[in-house]
Every structure is written in C-alpha cells, then in structure tokens.
Design a protein around this ligand. Structure first.
Ligand SMILES: [Fe+2]
Ligand SMILES: [Fe+2]
Length: 232
C-alpha cells in the first residue's frame, strides 16, 4: 500500500471519456493493486457505477475530499466475494494503521510537509471510519442485541469522542510555528495517547462488536451495510 500507485487525473480528460478510462485502468490492475483517482468534484456517481458493474471487487478509500480536489484510492480486492462487517471494517483499521505508520516515519525523518499530508489522509480516514460505525454499525448492533443504554457501543462512542479530541490536538500541534522540532514536541503526547487508545479500541471492536454483528445480520443486510459505509 505504500508503493506509489498509478495516478489517474481525470480533470484533464473530457467528461464522457472519464469513466471508460477509469474502468479500463481498474480492470488492468493485478489483485490488490490500486490507482489514485484525482477529480475536481466528489465522484459519487462513479462509486455507484462501481457498485453495480464491479460488485464486491473494489475498495474505495477517499484521501482528500475537496473543496477543490478530491482524491480516492481505488483498489482491486483479492477476491470478488461478498464482504463481512469484520472483513470490511477490520481491513479499514489496517489501512488507517498503515497511514499512521507512514505519518510517524515522515515526522521522524523531519519531513514536516510530508507528515502533514499523511496525517491529513489518516485523519480523514479515521473520521470517516468512526462515522461508518456510529451511523451504520452501532445502530444495527443495538437494534439486534437490544443493548443500547449500557452496552459496548456506549463505551465505543465515548472512545470515539476522545479519538476526535486527540486528532484535533495533533492537527493543531502540526500547524505550530517553529519548524519540525516544535511540531514534534507538540504532538508527542497526543500521538502516544492516540496510539494506545486505538490499539485497545480496535481490539475490542474486532474481538466483540464486528463478529457479533456478523453473526446477527444476514448476508443481504450485510452487503447493504457495507455499501452504505463505503459511501460515507
Ligand atoms: Fe470505533
Ligand atoms: Fe473501528
């Protein structure tokens, strides 16, 4: 995932040639290969076209969402088979972790612009992941288990609040005047807290919430949930 993917910048391509070229690029990818789509608007119609024309065959990972440029990493799944909740959201955890590792590596290498860019992608991915859980996963879990007032989703929602607070603290720290040394100083404590929190948070979700939901939800509802999550 850290290898530089092919870039398909459709801003310079006439509109009616855009989708055919995108699908040609996708079809030419090896399994798990990816390309980076660059566009001047939110490519929602393309996402829907992928869902119908390449069902279960792709991943859709926004890296930048406007206001001028939209960048989405579009990857080919190893196998075009229906997703599970654990497979989809667990895979998103791994993807977000890889962005985090790259952010940390860039900061350690004193590449502040590179670290800021990677943190922006990480933060977008994590905010989006949290939205998927709060809007789609938790309500389904609460409805099917009857646990809402005192169940595990209450703890998860509280931890999400803490994650959002730490993301903001890191973003503020990275924007601090004084060069890379000042930025590293400012983010060191919230980075440590966030890494610890995410570690235990993700383990709880992958150990309990995701597998329980996979057991309680039938295949059709699962496919609908994954589609709704991917469109966030
Ligand atoms: Fe979560
Ligand atoms: Fe999660």
């Amino acid at each position: 995932m850290n290898a530089t993917p092919t870039i398909v910048d459709v801003r310079a391509i006439p509109p009616r040639e855009r989708h055919p070229q995108i699908f040609r690029t996708f079809d030419g990818l090896p399994p798990t290969g990816a390309f980076l789509l660059v566009n001047d608007h939110n490519p929602v119609p393309l996402l829907h076209q992928f869902r119908f024309e390449r069902p279960h065959a792709f991943e859709w990972w926004p890296l930048e969402q406007g206001p001028e440029v939209w960048r989405v990493l579009i990857a080919k799944r190893a196998k075009a088979e229906p997703e599970t909740i654990g497979g989809y959201l667990g895979g998103d955890h791994r993807r977000i972790e890889a962005l985090w590792d790259d952010f940390r590596a860039r900061l350690n290498a004193e590449d502040l612009p590179g670290a800021r860019e990677r943190f922006g992608e990480f933060s977008l991915g994590l905010h989006r992941h949290i939205e998927m859980e709060e809007r789609i996963l938790f309500p389904a879990f609460e409805e099917r288990t009857g646990m809402s007032g005192a169940g595990p989703t209450v703890v998860m929602r509280d931890e999400h609040e803490e994650i959002r607070r730490l993301l903001e603290a890191i973003e503020t720290g990275l924007g601090r005047e004084g060069g890379v040394a000042a930025a590293r100083d400012a983010v060191s404590s919230p980075c440590r807290e966030l890494a610890d929190l995410l570690n235990s948070h993700d383990q709880k979700e992958e150990g309990i919430l995701y597998p329980t939901t996979d057991q309680l939800v039938d295949a059709r509802a699962k496919a609908d949930m994954v589609h709704l999550m991917r469109a966030i």
